[in-house]
Design a protein around this ligand. Sequence first.
Ligand SMILES: NC(=O)c1ccc[n+]([C@@H]2O[C@H](COP(=O)([O-])OP(=O)(O)OC[C@H]3O[C@@H](n4cnc5c(N)ncnc54)[C@H](OP(=O)(O)O)[C@@H]3O)[C@@H](O)[C@H]2O)c1
Length: 265
Amino acid sequence: MADTRTFLITGASSGIGAQFARAYAQRGYNLILVARRLNRLQDLAAELTAKHGIAVTCLDADLSDRAQVKALVARIREMNLSPDGLINNAGYSLAHTFASTTTQQQMDFVEVCVMTPTYLAREFLDPMLARGFGRIINVSSMVAFSPGAAGHTLYPAAKAYMLKFSRSLAAEVAYKGVNVTALCPGSTESEFQTANGMAAAVGTSPSRFVQSAEAVVEAAIRANEAGREVIVTGLINKLAVFLMTYLPDGLVTPLIRWGAKKYQL
Ligand SMILES: NC(=O)c1ccc[n+]([C@@H]2O[C@H](COP(=O)([O-])OP(=O)(O)OC[C@H]3O[C@@H](n4cnc5c(N)ncnc54)[C@H](OP(=O)(O)O)[C@@H]3O)[C@@H](O)[C@H]2O)c1
């Protein structure tokens, strides 16, 4: 409990982000929690403060809005907070095809899943380098390794960006005490499928393919602490990534497109 590190977690109001908050709180770290649903963050903060005696700051921001992202960084600095750890977790997917969504929906998606994580990493990296300590986890997905399919059009691209961005940044800062990891989970218990409408449309995946948020987060933190650049969580997901990487594209692409058909709205 002597450790007074502060970790910023985006998308901490549910799912994987809320679990990151629980996991770092358990380690005695102070937290800055960010999402749009402030009441959810405040409930979680009350629970974690009571249980672990840590300081939790809750900040609401719509991360698709650059002005709000800039204001968020300014608010954090005004409070004299400087994150030692940044968990770029907030994200979602648009289950429809590109043509059946609006330009604004797609641009908002890119802001939340690509631009904002990049912005926050750049804004908070310098103090981490100056301290010689930093932890960055960028939440990607195993679909970063997939050839892409109809529906969720930009999702594999955004997650591939998070994967490649993490690897390059890790190459630059790994020896300066800043560990950068791309977290690549497969299907994970959260509100993800409810938020994108898939749960209502096709139900949830068979449970043997779904990991708990706790298992995903513990694997991520272990990998990040060990300085690993990429973590694919779960044996089935590791096998799937291996097959997507090493089987011929002519076999993988039709298989993925066939399998993904039912996940398109
Ligand atoms: N669950 C899976 O199967 C799975 C698999 C691979 C990767 N992932 C990735 O894991 C990450 C977390 O997702 P999850 O599964 O935990 O889903 P989730 O339960 O739906 O959580 C998504 C989080 O992102 C936040 N968020 C979404 N849009 C936002 C916006 N415009 N501004 C601020 N916050 C926003 C939500 O908060 P508010 O709504 O309160 O703003 C929520 O806290 C995502 O990056 C996702 O792509 C998930």
